[in-house]
Write a protein that binds this ligand. Structure first.
Ligand code: SER
Length: 313
């Protein structure tokens, strides 16, 4: 059977780059991008696109039937900072879209699912450094509660109904093609834009808030790798810890100053500080390394070089 892939939330920060990567790998026509709104011109021109609300089961089922979809990547979600403002909307979007996709799997209408989880599944009682795959979770944010519940449902649908769902706990993701929206780790993208446009940035997290982060190329490679791995290698059916680097706002500032010495930073923590404080500082991803050979390539210095180079041009 030839591969036919549907991406939900294709216009977002991860969805955009995932669409390009999957189209390059499997051909433009095999990858159907969808979102509730249109995306960038280059995305819209790169292959088929559908306006689609991931919470609308009937519409989803129709698109899946029309394109004979066999794999779905569910990238539509409300992120941590926005979710604190709209708890019920976040719960409805994050959970209903997941149930829709899991139910398509249960009914054998699709054969493989990717669903992203996050470091937000962890909470204030979780060990902060080198956070293990299995540990105390107890998330204290709306977003984290939806992601942890989602993980339990993925595991349940896999064991109860044989649904082949695979998942990664992404750290904060840094990218230049599309900006993130509504997350707590967004500062680590904004800072590069402001360094170049204004030579100064006011961080909404304090200077010593250390969080796990990853450059988008690594995140996309991890996603393609876990989806292409033999099913018997995927031993965790909730979600895998995934790591690349950890840094503070002060450390990212220093790495930018190596390229732009006059760059200035100020700190004005807001409500997002409490979200960041509840998350781990670093992640142990040895299980992903062992089960399907994961290894990150981008550290902070390499990320800074890539970000500044691409945003400048
Ligand atoms: N980066 C996301 C956020 O900050 C976490 O998954 O909300």
């Amino acid at each position: 059977m030839s591969k036919s892939i549907l991406i939900l939330g294709a216009c977002g920060q991860i969805g955009t780059e995932l669409t390009f990567a999957l189209r390059e790998k499997f051909g433009g026509e095999s990858v159907i991008a969808s979102d509730i709104r249109e995306g960038s011109e280059v995305l819209m021109e790169s292959g088929p696109f559908e306006i689609l609300d991931a919470t609308d089961y009937d519409a989803l089922e129709e698109v899946v039937a029309y394109y004979e979809i066999n794999e779905v990547y569910l990238m539509a979600a409300m992120l941590s900072a926005t979710a604190e403002k709209f708890p019920l909307r976040a719960w409805n979007l994050n959970m209903n879209s997941l149930f829709n996709v899991l139910n398509l799997g249960k009914e054998k209408k699709i054969s493989k699912i990717f669903w992203p989880s996050s470091i937000a599944v962890f909470g204030p009682k979780t060990p902060k450094e080198n956070t293990p795959q299995n540990t105390i979770m107890e998330p204290s944010t709306v977003y984290g509660i939806s992601k942890q519940s989602g993980e339990r449902w993925c595991d349940y649908y896999h064991h109860k109904f044989g649904v082949d769902v695979r998942s990664l706990r992404y750290p904060g993701l840094i990218s230049w093609k599309t900006q993130p929206g509504g997350g707590t780790t967004d500062y680590a993208v904004e800072i590069y834009h402001k360094a170049l446009s204004e030579g100064a940035y006011t961080s909404f997290l304090d200077k010593d808030s250390k969080l796990p982060m990853m450059f988008m190329d690594d995140a996309i490679r991890a996603t393609l790798d876990i989806m292409e791995s033999d099913t018997e290698n995927i031993k965790v059916r909730s979600s895998y810890n995934l790591a690349a680097m950890s840094f503070t706002p002060e450390e990212i500032t220093e790495s930018i100053q190596k390229h732009i010495p006059e760059f200035k930073i100020a700190y004005e923590p807001d409500f997002r500080q409490a979200i960041a404080d509840s998350w781990p500082s670093s992640i142990d991803d040895s299980k992903a390394q062992k089960d399907w050979g994961w290894q990150a390539e981008f550290d902070l210095e390499k990320t800074t070089e890539e970000m500044l180079k691409n945003l400048e041009s």
